[in-house]
Design a protein around this ligand. Structure first.
Ligand code: GLU
Length: 434
């Protein structure tokens, strides 16, 4: 086992919790035991210790993993995470959720995920580049444009995807832009990919608000200010919504009148060098009327909409009872622990699940892959129109299923996903012979 210090929150229980979400949906789909057997197990995974020459001249080892959870619908797809708490259980769970997410929005993909146990804030741009290249050296035979296609995730970005593609091309001695998505525009990236997770989440948010009769006057809190949280805050503020609280790993800032999001973004991005990660926090430059609070307090604020946009397991059995929002849009993967789900639902809180709410990222990754394969690139408006069409269609399907069976949106999203995967498994003809 190469992984040290696994996050105590992320033992096998994260994966078990993810499976429990899926099992809840079994009652509403006529699944064969074959399908359950396939979907409750990881297809394959590879672990490696990455060696990086640090700026000091010394060599340092970083444990890394890539998981291909399931490829019944197509090549596996999913990001690579750089984070100190990365563990086998976490990456397995994330790869499982990618499988379900791609199926919910009807992409021709299975699910995968990768991770490196590292604190990228402590690395220079050169060290991050070496780490990115070392990852591809280790996993080049495991990934591929028609087999397993990585993308950005927590603490990885377009610059890192560009380095990774370049390394893969060096190894294979040909141009393979479709091996990885979320690349810079000048290396075959897609217009709109950097805002895709948030924009997809915004379309879902609009659909949900309409169903719940929530108008423009509502208050919104966003936990997490990475790519997803930051762009979501910007989008909402630009559309005239009142974002009253945002946070990052260091803490949160709250202003009941509404925050100045443009100012917070400008502050957060100060002194950031290309390829490096900022250690500046949204909460260390409060303006008049802003109050510094903790991440935990942000989650429990009396707001209409809560958007967890950081890591998994932030709404748990311990705090679920204190959540006051009417609507939760899961822009992060796995932010609600499975035991918290029924507490929220008992309180009448509507949760739009991660596998639907944050699927915008992988949808535009798919568009990027299609453009790479065709060698023909789309205008931004075309990307946005097609993203909106995919997201609203998926929302409607999930919503209809939830109305039909009187179940929560998470369970109905799993129902939609399971039906698609089951059809693919059955179409391949692997029927039992008894
Ligand atoms: N990391 C993102 C997610 O969790 C995007 C994955 C992708 O684009 O493949 O959905």
């Amino acid at each position: 086992m190469v992984f040290k210090n696994p996050n105590p929150m992320c033992k096998e229980e994260l994966f078990e919790g993810a499976l429990a979400q899926m099992r809840k949906a079994y009652a509403y789909v006529d699944l064969t035991d074959n399908v359950k057997e396939v979907l409750e197990h990881t297809k394959e995974m590879l672990q490696a210790n990455l060696l990086v020459r640090m700026d000091s001249g010394s060599l340092k080892v970083f444990p890394a993993i890539r998981v291909r959870y399931n490829d019944e619908l197509g090549p596996t797809k999913g990001g690579i995470r750089f984070h100190p708490n990365v563990s086998v259980d976490e990456v397995k769970s994330l790869a499982f959720w990618m499988t379900m997410k791609c199926a919910v929005v009807n992409l021709p993909y299975g699910g995968g995920k990768g991770g490196v146990q590292v604190d990228p804030k402590r690395l220079s741009a050169r060290e991050i580049e070496s780490l990115a290249r070392a990852y591809i050296k280790a996993f080049a035979d495991f990934i591929g444009p028609d087999k397993d296609i990585p993308a950005p995730d927590v603490y990885t970005n377009a610059t890192i995807m560009g380095w990774m593609m370049d390394e893969y091309n060096d190894i294979t001695r040909k141009q393979n832009p479709a091996v990885i998505t979320g690349k810079p525009l000048n290396l075959g990236g897609s217009k709109g990919r950097n805002v895709a997770t948030s924009l997809g989440g915004y379309y879902i948010f609009k659909e949900a608000c309409e169903r719940l009769d929530l108008g423009k006057g509502i208050t919104i809190a966003i936990q997490g200010f990475g790519n997803a949280g930051m762009h979501m805050a910007k989008l909402l503020a630009n559309e005239g919504y009142r974002v009253v609280a945002v946070s990052d790993s260091k803490g949160a800032v709250y202003n009941p009148v509404g925050l100045d999001i443009a100012h917070l973004i400008e502050h957060k991005q100060k002194r950031r060098k290309e390829g490096e990660f900022s250690s500046i926090s949204v909460c260390d430059n409060c303006r008049e009327g802003d109050k510094k609070i903790t991440n935990e307090e942000l989650l429990e604020l009396k707001v209409d909409v809560l958007i967890p946009a950081a890591l998994e397991n932030v709404i748990t059995r311990k705090n679920a009872d204190k959540i006051k929002a009417k609507l939760v849009i899961e822009l992060a993967n796995g932010p609600t622990a499975t035991e918290a789900d029924h507490i929220l639902s008992k309180k009448g809180i509507v949760v739009v699940p991660d596998i639907l709410a944050n699927a915008g990222g992988v949808v535009v990754s798919y568009f990027e892959w299609v453009q790479n394969k065709a060698g023909f690139y789309w205008e931004e408006q075309k990307v946005f129109d097609r993203l909106r069409a995919k997201m609203t269609r998926a929302f409607e399907e999930v919503y209809l299923e939830s109305e039909k069976h009187k179940i929560d949106l998470r369970t109905s999203a799993y129902v939609v996903a399971l039906k698609r995967i089951m059809e693919a498994i059955e179409a391949k003809g692997r029927h039992p012979y008894d």
